[in-house]
Design a protein around this ligand. Structure first.
Ligand SMILES: NC(=O)c1ccc[n+]([C@@H]2O[C@H](COP(=O)([O-])OP(=O)(O)OC[C@H]3O[C@@H](n4cnc5c(N)ncnc54)[C@H](OP(=O)(O)O)[C@@H]3O)[C@@H](O)[C@H]2O)c1
Length: 233
């Protein structure tokens, strides 16, 4: 028989195992390299993950769901976004406007934008839009809080930051300090270092960081590097 003291603890344990309490619901739109890296990482921090996929029943997506955790699931993108507090746009960089608009009303939600708008130029990859993907997404979902994050590193480093041999910074830009703070907690939980680089108008320069990174890492004899920005205050 359980003592009076242990009974409430046992009941709480039973209830939380039957009905797990998740910190937040995160819709990860796109099930490619970045979606497949961030989904399991956020699930490991206690969040409920719903993937948004154009074909949620296909075997590759279902394998990712299984790898992410018992309660994870996959739905069509707009269905996943409607159920979430945070929406991650892990989608092709030149399609963000149409994909954001296809997700329905995102007002009040945090949108994490890891995308890069890239095209091939004569000297390697170049930036492919007049402003930035961060600003394009914010304009497409004016009531949402866009935070650009995770666009300046390879997806493998998101999963195993320690393999990079030292600390790695994740620049965050966006107009809501509260949303940036929330995303910074997710970043820290992954073993990466968030750094607030200002408003969404700075997204173009953060997207430029990736161009610098990729053009040095691939297609040149120069040394590769990871971004680590030292804070001075
Ligand atoms: N790969 C990296 O290491 C890395 C690192 C940092 C940032 N990024 C940026 O993050 C974004 C995602 O990169 P990724 O490497 O994850 O790309 P990816 O492997 O090609 O995956 C993109 C996902 O977007 C979904 N999607 C929705 N609409 C699509 C469409 N019309 N055509 C193709 N896919 C569509 C697909 O998921 P469903 O098939 O399930 O719909 C697809 O798996 C890009 O903007 C990239 O620049 C990439």
């Amino acid at each position: 028989m359980l003592s009076n003291k242990l009974l409430p603890v046992a009941l709480l344990y039973l209830l939380t195992s039957l009905f797990p309490v998740y910190a937040e619901t995160i819709a990860v739109i796109g099930t490619g390299e970045v979606g497949g890296a961030l989904g399991p990482e956020f699930a490991a921090q206690g969040h409920l993950i719903i993937y948004g996929s154009r074909d949620p029943s296909r075997a590759k997506v279902q394998r990712l769901v299984k790898q992410t955790g018992e309660e994870a699931s996959a739905l069509l993108p707009a269905q996943a976004a409607a159920r979430a507090d945070i929406v991650v746009l892990a989608v092709p960089g030149l399609m963000v406007e149409e994909i954001t608009k296809s997700l329905g009303d995102l007002s009040g939600k945090i949108i994490i934008d890891p995308t890069n708008p890239l095209r091939r130029g004569s000297a390697g990859l170049e930036h492919a839009v007049a402003t930035s993907n961060g600003e394009i997404i914010q304009a497409a979902a004016p009531g949402a809080h866009v935070v650009k994050a995770f666009n300046t590193l390879n997806y493998r480093t998101m999963i195993d930051p320690e393999t990079s041999g030292g600390p790695v910074s994740i620049p965050l830009v966006g107009d809501s300090d509260k949303a940036k703070h929330r995303v910074a907690q997710l970043v820290t939980g992954m073993g990466l270092e968030p750094i607030d680089l200002g408003g969404i108008e700075n997204a173009r320069w953060v997207e430029g960081m990736l161009i610098l990174w990729i053009n040095n890492r691939y297609g040149s004899e120069r040394e590769g590097f990871e971004f680590h920005l030292r804070k001075t205050r």
